[in-house]
Design a protein around this ligand. Structure first.
Ligand SMILES: NC(=O)c1ccc[n+]([C@@H]2O[C@H](COP(=O)([O-])OP(=O)(O)OC[C@H]3O[C@@H](n4cnc5c(N)ncnc54)[C@H](OP(=O)(O)O)[C@@H]3O)[C@@H](O)[C@H]2O)c1
Length: 166
């Protein structure tokens, strides 16, 4: 039989996040909290961060109590700026040597009539929804590459780095 690089092709293993390390921006509430919870409930170690550290701390505590994975709040950060993204990556690097999953969830929307849509709000939406995923993915690239290489070395490259934007 043909030898393949995977230990097993069972669906339960292919899609397992047990022991995986994840970062969810805006994971303290809303959609991000649900994503963080799903990862924790499936055994991942999840980091969450947003401008409100208090919210993230409260959510991290609640999700860790649910388990079996764990959730950890990182210091307050505004990921719509390069400075904020760099600070978040540094905070993660001081705790982990690699990253398996990056979820660029932090986002904002603004409603206004087409003809009078304020330029300031357009720029705010673009900075968080478009620029931030680029900056975060670029900032986390090295951590993600280490995570991917680790999976390959262990013969279990089932979960590629996942820089996603929702
Ligand atoms: N694809 C779809 O159909 C769909 C549907 C709904 C939502 N979404 C997207 O899902 C994401 C979350 O939506 P939601 O409904 O959960 O929104 P939400 O309840 O308003 O939550 C937004 C999250 O982003 C964080 N955030 C906002 N500004 C931030 C900043 N400058 N830096 C860091 N974090 C920031 C917030 O935390 P802080 O306020 O503490 O910073 C909060 O955790 C958004 O990107 C939204 O566009 C997509």
């Amino acid at each position: 039989m043909h030898q393949h690089a995977f230990k097993t092709l069972k669906a339960s293993t292919l899609f397992s996040v047990v022991g995986r390390i994840a970062l969810v921006t805006g994971g303290g509430r809303g959609v991000g909290e649900h994503i963080a919870r799903a990862l924790v409930e499936n055994g991942a170690r999840v980091y969450i961060a947003s401008r409100s550290e208090a919210t993230c701390k409260r959510t991290a505590s609640n999700l860790t109590a649910i388990g079996p994975g764990t959730c950890h709040a990182l210091p307050s950060v505004d990921v719509s700026t390069q400075e904020g993204c760099s600070a978040l990556v540094s905070a993660l690097e001081s705790r982990e040597e690699f990253l398996d999953i990056l979820v660029n969830n932090s986002g904002v929307s603004w409603g206004a009539p087409f003809d009078s849509f304020p330029e300031k709000e357009w720029e705010r939406v673009m900075a968080l929804n478009v620029k931030s995923p680029f900056l975060m993915t670029r900032g986390c690239r090295k951590l993600l590459e280490v995570g991917a290489a680790k999976g390959v070395a262990e013969g279990d490259p089932t979960l590629p780095p996942l820089p996603s934007s929702i």
